[in-house]
Design a protein around this ligand. Structure first.
Ligand SMILES: [Fe+2]
Length: 540
């Protein structure tokens, strides 16, 4: 891109050419700058007879705000016009005005010869414009001076407008990134996903080769992010892509941050723990007055590799959102634990109505979680299997205790009362909106694969997968524990029974996965609930 000086000189040259005035260009020190001759007159004045006397005096222009008109030799006037940008002198454009006597001077003959121009032809071409006197040449100088100032000023303005436009576009992009990150903090279900997308968005808005988030192994950090490093972009370790090394170096950087809300810039060299070759920008993430993580950006590329105030502002604003996200996550986990704790207490109280079913819901919950994992469900669905297992028998609250605990055979009416519990449970929990994904397991856990179950006689895959999982876990626990009407069956017998009933009572694909599970956690729960007995008996 031409500088304002070049633009001013080109414009002046164009206009002078159209007026028959040749020009020369000098740099700030007074040395001549080569330019392509635009006219016959330009070629003539670019020769030593004109250039040498001008070069001899041009170094004196540097100290003058407006260098004066010079008569180079008789009838040859030179008007040096300074070109400046923000008060800095960049050089001079020199316009040459000729009087009639110049055309008779030996210097003119000599110049024509040096330029390889026929003297007669040059005389004919220039005589019409060689009419200047000192006074008119002085007027020309003033005219050229104002023109160059106008052109340079307008080029300055265009330059400033370009810079402003670029900065505005960058600011918009950065504002958009902060807005995107802010909008995403509402989704607390998957913290690593939020942090990864924040790093990606930041990197897209800035010119860093990498943006990463590093979290300490600290209880104030959501479990899914504890001790975690999330990197977007190129590895900061240029010749070594070792994740452990990146994790160790970023932890070293984390240890050096102070619990203030401002960013830190690590300068290249030994001071920079991650990338010794370039600056690293780190925004600490604070919880309870401690540094629990950092957003880190480094290896800036592009036109300006130095970290700018745009970079620091954006990473600071994004750090604010990640901090808010950490706080919200902690609250969310606290509420979730409270919610699950309440459910656990309620279901334990229901199980305790019959001391034979003590701990049943917790064990079914544990088995449902194991089976959901064996099936390969997502972490979210595994959690719903766990919750559904916990609440699957909540409807027993509506079944008389005398029926639940009756030893021996039940009458038809008592049997009907018991078989109502899935629908009662479903009706109760339907009003608890956040539990909606657990409801299929509550309503349909007594359906059978062959369609002979209740309450709706669903068959095969009509039965929701969650209900098929809970059904298996429920039956396994019932067979494995003592009941009022029979003693517990041995493990081998229970597993054989499940295998035998695959395809009739149970989903034939789930049954083999179930019998292959590790039951040590289940046995630990049986032992725990046996020792809990006195408490529950007292409550019942
Ligand atoms: Fe049940």
């Amino acid at each position: 891109m031409p500088t304002p000086h070049e633009i001013a000189h080109l414009t002046l040259r164009q206009r002078c050419t159209s007026l028959g005035i040749p020009t020369l260009s000098f740099d700030a020190s007074g040395a001549i700058e080569p330019t392509l001759p635009a006219s016959l007159a330009d070629r003539i004045v670019s020769t030593p007879p004109f250039v040498e006397p001008l070069v001899a005096i041009s170094s004196s222009w540097a100290g003058q705000p407006a260098p004066e008109l010079v008569e180079v030799f008789t009838g040859c006037y030179a008007a040096p016009i300074p070109v400046e940008e923000r008060r800095k002198r960049l050089g001079y454009s020199v316009g040459l005005a000729f009087g009639p006597s110049m055309l008779a001077r030996p210097e003119f003959f000599e110049a024509c010869r040096a330029a390889g121009v026929d003297h007669q032809q040059a005389y004919a071409a220039l005589s019409a414009s060689a009419t200047h006197t000192r006074a008119s040449a002085e007027q020309l100088r003033s005219f050229l001076r104002w023109m160059v100032m106008d052109v340079a000023q307008s080029a300055d303005h265009t330059d400033a407008a370009d810079v402003l436009t670029t900065e505005l576009a960058a600011s918009y992009e950065q504002l958009d990134a902060v807005y995107d990150i802010g909008r995403a903090i509402g989704d607390l279900t998957h913290p690593p996903r939020f942090v990864a997308s924040a790093c990606k968005r930041l990197r897209a808005a800035l010119s860093f080769d990498f943006v990463m988030a590093r979290f300490a192994d600290d209880p104030a950090v959501p479990p899914a992010l504890r001790g975690v490093t999330i990197l977007d972009g190129r590895s900061p370790i240029r010749h070594d892509d070792d994740n452990e090394e990146i994790a160790a170096r970023s932890l070293g950087l984390l240890m050096r941050l102070r619990p203030q809300r401002e960013w830190t810039i690590f300068e290249p060299g030994t001071d920079s723990p991650l990338t010794p070759a370039s600056q690293t920008l780190a925004q600490p993430l604070i919880r309870d007055g401690r540094v629990v993580g950092a957003l880190i950006a480094g290896d800036k590329s592009g036109r300006d590799p130095a970290i700018s105030s745009h970079d620091t502002q954006l990473i600071h604003a994004s750090g604010g959102f990640v901090n808010a996200f950490l706080e919200n996550s902690a609250l969310y986990l606290e509420q979730k634990q409270l919610f699950l704790g309440t459910i656990q207490a309620v279901t334990a109280a229901i199980d305790a109505k019959d001391h034979y079913t003590r701990g049943h819901s917790e064990r079914v919950s544990h088995l449902a979680e194991l089976l959901a994992r064996a099936v390969g469900l997502s972490e979210r669905d595994i959690e719903w299997a766990r919750i559904s297992g916990l609440v699957h028998d909540v409807g027993k609250i509506g079944v008389p205790e005398a029926v639940l605990t009756k030893p021996g055979l039940l009458t038809d009416e008592e049997f009907r009362a018991i078989r109502l519990h899935p629908e009662i449970g479903h009706r109760i929990l339907r009003t608890v909106l956040p539990l909606a994904p657990a409801l299929p397991g509550v309503l349909s856990h007594h359906e059978r694969y062959d369609g002979r179950g209740y309450p709706n006689g669903l068959r095969g895959e009509e039965i929701p997968l969650l209900a098929r999982i809970i059904g298996l876990a429920d039956t396994f626990d019932a067979m494995s524990s003592n009941r009022s009407y029979r003693s517990a069956m041995t493990r081998d017998k229970v597993l054989a029974e499940i295998t035998r009933c695959a395809g009739s009572q149970f989903d034939p694909k789930l049954a083999p996965l179930f019998v292959a599970m590790d039951f040590s956690g289940f046995d630990a729960l049986i032992a725990k609930h046996a020792t809990d007995a006195p408490t529950y008996q007292a409550a019942a």
